[in-house]
Each structure stands twice: as structure tokens, then as C-alpha cells.
Design a protein around this ligand. Structure first.
Ligand SMILES: Cc1cc2nc3c(=O)[nH]c(=O)nc-3n(C[C@H](O)[C@H](O)[C@H](O)COP(=O)(O)O)c2cc1C
Ligand SMILES: Nc1ncnc2c1ncn2[C@@H]1O[C@H](COP(=O)(O)OP(=O)(O)OP(=O)(O)O)[C@@H](O)[C@H]1O
Length: 143
């Protein structure tokens, strides 16, 4: 039987850390859906620069991704209920607590595994593996 995986994030300015995460998530099953966070739900860091539909379209163009979709504005469990995945792959530094998500999923009647993906090992000393660090570098050099 085909196994469906969900990954999620802001994906404002793509970098190799995102590719690593999405390839690892894709390898956890057969079909990878990616939920792209709405600006209103990115409240733990600076708001994304790029519009949500642009972030979705660029993530959706990656080879590892079968379908990228915009997240729900108010209830992050609505897309999960619709997709009914076998696995949710949390990013290595995503602030969500895996046990809290497991409990919430149980409460909503969704039976799925919650796994934590790994961080990318930098392939070179000068790789920039964070959107915030890319923006900081741009501001340093061009600001
Ligand atoms: C299982 C799961 C489902 C999510 N679904 C949504 C969603 O439907 N809509 C949304 O705006 N954010 C959703 N998010 C939240 C974002 O994907 C994200 O974690 C956060 O807003 C952005 O931070 P990050 O890029 O540091 O992870 C979800 C997060 C998780 C862990
Ligand atoms: N270097 C990395 N290695 C592995 N996964 C990563 C890496 N960077 C980001 N990810 C994962 O990609 C997903 C989306 O990340 P996000 O859009 O928050 O990018 P980010 O570069 O971490 O952003 P910022 O640096 O602005 O916080 C998250 O699940 C995150 O854990």
C-alpha cells in the first residue's frame, strides 16, 4: 500500500537544508505532500518576504515533492485531516513538540506516525543553511 508523508514549513528563500529535509521526508514513504505555512501562522520569527502562493509554487517544483499546498489560516490540523497521512515529518528545528502533535492527532482521529527529520551536514564551510542567515548576509552586503 502507498504511504503518504507530510512535511511543512515556511520555505521563504530556499536553500540546501530545505532540499535535504524534503528528500528525507520523501524517503519516509511513497508520496510527499508539503504544507506551506501562512504568514499569519509564522509568529515565532520574522514574517516571510515572499507571498504564500509563490512559496508554495517553488516548493512544488522540487523533485522530491509530489504536491505543495497552502496551509489552513486558523487550524493546522485541517489539511492533515484531508490528506490523512501515514507519516508527519517534523523538521529538525521545528518548534512543534512531537508528543503534543501526537496527542492532538489522536484527539482528531488521525492515525499517523510523527517523526523528526535530521539536520543537513554542510557540504562546504560556506554553505548558508537558513533563510534568516541568507537574509542577514544580504543585508550585510547590500544593506
Ligand atoms: C503538522 C503540522 C501541520 C501544519 N499545518 C499548517 C497549516 O495548515 N497552516 C499553517 O499556516 N501552518 C501550518 N503549520 C505550521 C507551519 O508549517 C510552521 O511550523 C510554522 O508556521 C513556520 O515555522 P517553521 O518554518 O519554522 O516550521 C503546520 C505545522 C505542523 C508541524
Ligand atoms: N539546514 C537544514 N537542515 C535540515 N532541515 C532544515 C534546514 N533548514 C531548514 N530545514 C527544515 O525546513 C523546513 C522549513 O524551514 P524554514 O522555512 O523555517 O527555513 P529556515 O531556513 O529554518 O528558516 P529560518 O532560518 O528563517 O528560521 C523546517 O522543517 C526546517 O526544519
Amino acid at each position: 500500500m502507498s504511504r503518504t508523508v507530510i512535511a511543512q514549513g515556511t520555505f521563504d528563500i530556499l536553500h540546501p537544508g530545505h532540499v535535504h529535509y524534503l528528500e528525507e521526508a520523501a524517503a519516509m514513504g511513497d508520496e510527499l505532500y508539503v504544507i506551506v505555512a501562512r504568514k499569519a501562522n509564522v509568529d515565532h520569527k520574522e514574517a516571510p518576504v515572499c507571498p504564500a502562493s509563490q512559496r508554495r509554487d517553488v516548493v512544488g517544483a522540487l523533485e522530491a515533492v509530489d504536491e505543495a499546498l497552502l496551509g489552513h489560516e486558523e487550524d493546522i490540523f485541517v489539511p492533515i485531516e484531508e490528506i490523512d497521512p501515514d507519516v508527519i515529518a517534523l523538521g529538525h528545528d521545528q518548534h512543534h513538540d512531537a508528543d503534543a502533535i501526537r496527542t492532538a492527532l489522536e484527539g482528531r482521529g488521525v492515525d499517523c506516525e510523527v517523526r523528526r527529520a535530521s539536520a543537513r551536514e554542510p557540504a562546504a564551510d560556506d554553505e548558508i543553511l537558513s533563510t534568516r542567515l541568507i537574509i542577514d548576509r544580504i543585508l550585510e552586503r547590500r544593506g
